[in-house]
Design a protein around this ligand. Sequence first.
Ligand code: ADP
Ligand code: MG
Length: 255
Amino acid sequence: ASESDYILEATNLSKSFGGLKAVDNASIRVDKGCITGLIGPNGAGKSTLFNLLSNFLVADEGKIRFDGEVINGMPPHRIARKGFIRTFQVARVLSRLTVLENMLLATQTQKGENLLSVFLQPYKIKQQERENKEKAIAILESVGLLEKAHDYAGALSGGQRKLLEMARTLMTNPKLILLDEPAAGVNPTLINQICEHIVTWNKQGISFLIIEHNMDVIMSLCNHVWVLAEGSNLADGSPEYIQSNDRVLEAYLGG
Ligand code: ADP
Ligand code: MG
C-alpha cells in the first residue's frame, strides 16, 4: 500500500513516564475507510498511544501523519478541526450539562474564534447555531438518545454516556475517530447498537481506530488489528490471523 492509502500513519512513537517506557518505539497505520483494531493486555500502552496520536500527550520521539500532513506538535483542537477526533476510556461528558448541550459543546471553539463575526454578522451566527442544533438533534435521533436531549448527561447510564461521547464526535465532520474501549462496562444490547452505529458511520466514509478488550467486537468490526504489548508492536494482521497467533496468546496469558 502506498502512503496515501493511510488516513493515519504513526512511526516509532515513544513516551516515558519517569522511568517507565509506556510506549516504546511503537508504529501503527490506519487504512482510509477501514475499521482498525488496537488490542493488548492491560497496561500495554494503548491509551497512552491514543494520547500521543491525538497530541493530548507530546511524544518523546516519533512522527504522526494524518491525512497526508505531519501533525506533531499541533494542538488537539486543531487536529480535531482537521477531522481527527477521539473519545476517552472513561467518557468525558459534562454531567451538569444536558445531552443536547454536550452535543453543542463540540461546536463552541469554532464560534469563539469567530468573535469578530459575532459583531459583524449576528444573523449568520444565529443561523449557524440553528444549523448546529438541527444537526445535533438529527444525530441524537439516529443513536436513540433524542428523548434524553434535555436530561442532564449525568443522569445517563455509563453506556449511554459512551454513546453520547461518540455521537458528539460526529458534530465536527470527522474523517477518523479513535474510540478507547467503546464496549467496556456497556450492557450487551447497547454494545450491539454501538457496533451497528460504527458500521453505519464507517459506510458513510469515516475511518476508525478502536481499542477494545471485547474480542467479539474486534473480530466482527475490524478489517485489521494491531497488537501492543509492553509498549511495543507485537503483531498486526487480519482478525483471523491475530486470533490464531501464538505470540499474541502468550502475551495475554503471560501478562
Ligand atoms: P492500556 O491502555 O494499554 O491499559 P496505558 O496506556 O493506560 O495502558 O498505560 C501504560 C502504562 O503507562 C501503564 O503502566 C500505566 O500505569 C502507565 N501510565 C499511563 N499514564 C500514565 C501517567 N500519566 N503517568 C504515569 N504513568 C502512566
Ligand atoms: Mg487503556
